[in-house]
Design a binder for this molecule. Structure first.
Ligand code: SF4
Length: 380
């Protein structure tokens, strides 16, 4: 693990108003009556986790799901529990928010509670695409929401887009990227639609069906093309491409997410949340009701725990570290792991995936759209 005595905290809020067709997260539509006991359980888990006592928490990330559905007072309770245990004030506290859930009142309550960064799930500026994806918001909601956020004083806002939504065309994609840039968010994420068994849409595409507008989903080549166009347009607009899926204006990269790629420590709270302390990774029960019941009864909510072997840690240095476009420092890795990386690096450079610059290796900028699978295979 890279040496750092600071720690990130992730809080999972798995509640959504509806299930988007492409969603492959462990989230769902639950009765609102579960929200308050769930928040209570999260606060208790934070207070009782020994590793939190006196920890120097410099980043907080409240994700989901749709955490902006929570009552602001509930969110404030969670943040207060973190502050109470860790003492120090964080540098960055991000809240994921869906456009239709953002109001002027909520935005100002979030700021008062200590949130200083919002990650907004925009996905597209095209209502046909949003409707087909099962999203609750429409283009107009994004404009309204950014007004409320700026009005409340948020000067660090991230917006997500998805390349590959049903009905997306070259023109509609260009419009979405242009409209997003015109709003000048400090940070941008572009994700490619994931087609797998984990989502309703993914299953339908895999079996060649028509439901959920599956037949209208762009081809892999079109998606790759959308991504490349976004790379060019964002670069021209002054955004630095710092991670495969992420761009930022100067000094606005996500401090919390950098911890994942740099293998720094973080503690996760809530249903399905993951934690990492350098030596092991563990995760909580995924079902929110089961998680809440386990914490309430005074037990731990851990579902899975795995020690990270030296070989796994070394693999992670590559497949996590190389997500950052600045690449990884081979000299540091060779020093920390006491092994020569020559054979592995020669293979990766030979594949055309990587380029070398002194002690640094990084992904070849021309090959960023290659699938994760090909990447992982080459890591072996
Ligand atoms: S994509 Fe986001 S908002 Fe939609 S169901 Fe999944 S977690 Fe919820």
């Amino acid at each position: 693990m890279n040496v750092s005595n600071k720690m990130g905290v992730y809080v999972q809020v798995p509640f959504c108003q509806t299930k988007c067709t492409y969603c492959n997260f462990h989230t769902g539509v639950f009765s609102r009556s579960l929200y308050a006991p769930y928040v209570e359980a999260v606060c208790r888990e934070i207070r009782e986790r020994r590793a939190m006592h006196g920890a120097r928490v410099d980043t907080v990330y409240v994700g989901g799901g749709t955490p902006s559905l929570l009552e602001p007072a509930d969110l404030a309770r969670i943040l207060a529990a973190i502050r109470e245990r860790s003492g120090a004030e964080w540098e960055e506290a991000t809240l994921e928010a869906d456009p239709e859930t953002i109001t002027a009142e909520k935005a100002s309550a979030w700021r008062s509670a200590g949130v200083n960064r919002i990650s907004m799930g925009v996905q597209s500026f095209d209502d046909t695409e949003l409707r087909a994806a099962g999203r609750m918001h429409r283009r107009e909601d994004v404009y309204r929401a950014i007004g409320f956020l700026r009005g409340a004083g948020f000067d660090n806002v991230s917006m997500d887009l998805i390349a590959g939504l049903a009905h997306q065309t070259q023109q509609s994609w260009k419009r979405s990227v242009d409209e997003l840039i015109a709003l000048r968010p400090e940070h941008v994420s572009v994700y490619l639609l994931e087609v797998d068994e984990g989502s309703r849409l993914g299953k339908e595409i895999l079996k060649g069906g028509q439901r959920y507008n599956a037949a209208e989903v762009p081809s892999d080549d079109e998606m790759a093309d959308f991504y490349e166009r976004a790379c060019e347009t964002l670069a021209r607009a002054g955004y630095e491409h710092y991670e495969i899926s992420n761009w930022a204006l100067p000094a606005r990269s996500s401090k919390h997410n950098l911890k994942y790629w740099r293998r720094e420590a973080y503690l996760g709270f809530g249903a399905g949340a993951h934690s990492f302390n350098g030596a092991k990774r563990w995760s909580n029960l995924h079902d929110p009701a089961a998680y809440t019941a386990a914490i309430r009864s005074g037990g731990a909510a851990i579902e899975q725990e795995e020690a990270v072997t030296r070989a796994q840690a070394l693999d992670e240095e590559f497949f996590l570290g190389l997500r950052e476009l600045a690449g990884i420092d081979l000299a540091r890795i060779e020093r920390e792991y006491g092994a020569s990386m020559d054979a592995r690096v020669t293979k990766l450079i030979g594949s055309g995936l990587l380029e070398r610059d002194g002690d640094r290796i990084r992904l070849n900028a021309e090959r960023l759209t290659i699938s994760n699978e090909a990447f992982v295979e080459l890591m072996g």
